[in-house]
Design a protein around this ligand. Structure first.
Ligand code: SF4
Length: 328
């Protein structure tokens, strides 16, 4: 249960002077401290689309080399659309969550078929691309086309909540729609690009999920969460930080199951193995099982069938019950 549930139209507007001060402090900090990320050196909407899809579930450090490799292999949206899906998946591995590669190629194919190969520049048209949600649409419109639009990812959500609303535990006090409304309300005129990037950097570098470093934060003098922490004298005991850490661990599923026993791990193993086979070669499930799981027995067959069927549904493998499995 949220502690309060204002509608999007009733999210409190920060006082103009407070907002101006936050804009000034955060944009000044961003100009000084911003991370030199390769997708910030381009306004190519295709490159920005690739980076955004990669960043959805993978850390920046792992994305950077793969971003360069992917763009050198598929330099344009047309190249990606025309490529064999197996080659796209193969290039994507070992980034993980490989269905993103299939989704990215489907977006490229729709751009080629419906938009003559030009990624659209408005939120409305971007949202017509299957597989693009409000965050990615906002990121492309803002970062590639410099549209003055708000966009909300995990980092921006957390920072806005703490900055303007207060601590987000035990439950966030804003819904998705309310958070987006707040993000739109606090957008500095003409500075959407820097502002959105600055919020993301602050969330990644200082206002992290489990360990916000308020003492290093450029906007701590205006932060609602910081005021709550100070008023409750919770810093010395570390109570809040411990709570934040627990919330973060719970959300990430940390400690629930070793990664090497998870379905995600075995999905990755299957795709990695199939990409080593000659094109068109298939493996039966009886051949596949022991090669991805040393302790595989016949009792694991229903599990493997479910796993492979889900990979096929996500477009990552071609699975024929009689003939076996291969990359599409
Ligand atoms: S003061 Fe602390 S909680 Fe507030 S935005 Fe900065 S790091 Fe986050």
């Amino acid at each position: 249960m949220r502690r309060s549930s204002p509608s999007s139209s009733t999210v409190a507007q920060p006082a103009p002077e407070q907002l101006a001060r936050v804009h000034h402090l955060l944009l000044e900090w961003y100009a000084r401290e911003q991370r030199p990320l390769p997708w910030r050196a381009t306004s190519d909407p295709y490159a920005i689309l690739v980076s955004e899809i990669m960043l959805q579930q993978t850390q920046v450090e792992r994305v950077i080399p793969k971003y360069h490799e992917f763009l050198s292999r598929f330099p344009t949206v047309a190249d990606l659309a025309a490529a064999p899906t197996a080659a796209v998946i193969s290039t994507w591995v070992p980034l993980g969550y490989n269905q993103r590669a299939v989704r990215l190629q489907a977006i490229a194919r729709q751009v080629v078929s419906d938009y003559q190969g030009r990624i659209p520049d408005s939120l409305e048209e971007l949202l017509k691309l299957k597989g693009i949600g409000r965050y990615t649409a906002g990121a492309i419109a803002c970062f590639a086309y410099r549209r003055q639009v708000a966009t909300v990812d995990t980092n921006i959500r957390r920072v806005l909540h703490r900055l303007f609303i207060g601590l987000e535990h035990p439950e966030p006090r804003l819904s998705d729609a309310e958070t987006l409304a707040l993000a739109e309300q606090v957008l500095p005129p003409g500075r959407a690009y820097e502002w959105n990037q600055a919020l993301m950097d602050l969330g990644a570098m200082i206002c992290t999920s489990a360990s916000p470093q308020c003492e290093r934060c450029p906007v701590c003098e205006s932060c609602a969460a910081y005021r709550e922490l100070s008023a409750q004298s919770l810093f010395p005991s570390g109570t809040v930080l411990r709570t934040l850490r627990k919330v973060a661990e719970k959300k990430s599923g940390y400690q629930t199951q070793p990664f090497t026993q998870s379905d995600r791990y075995f999905r990755g193993r299957i795709v990695a193995l199939l990409r080593t086979l000659p094109p068109e070669q298939r493996l039966s499930l009886a051949e596949l099982g022991p090669r991805i799981k040393p302790s595989y027995t016949e009792a694991d067959l229903p599990w493997l069938q479910r796993l492979v069927s889900r990979l096929a549904r996500d477009g990552l493998v071609d699975y024929q019950e009689e003939e076996g499995v291969r990359l599409p």
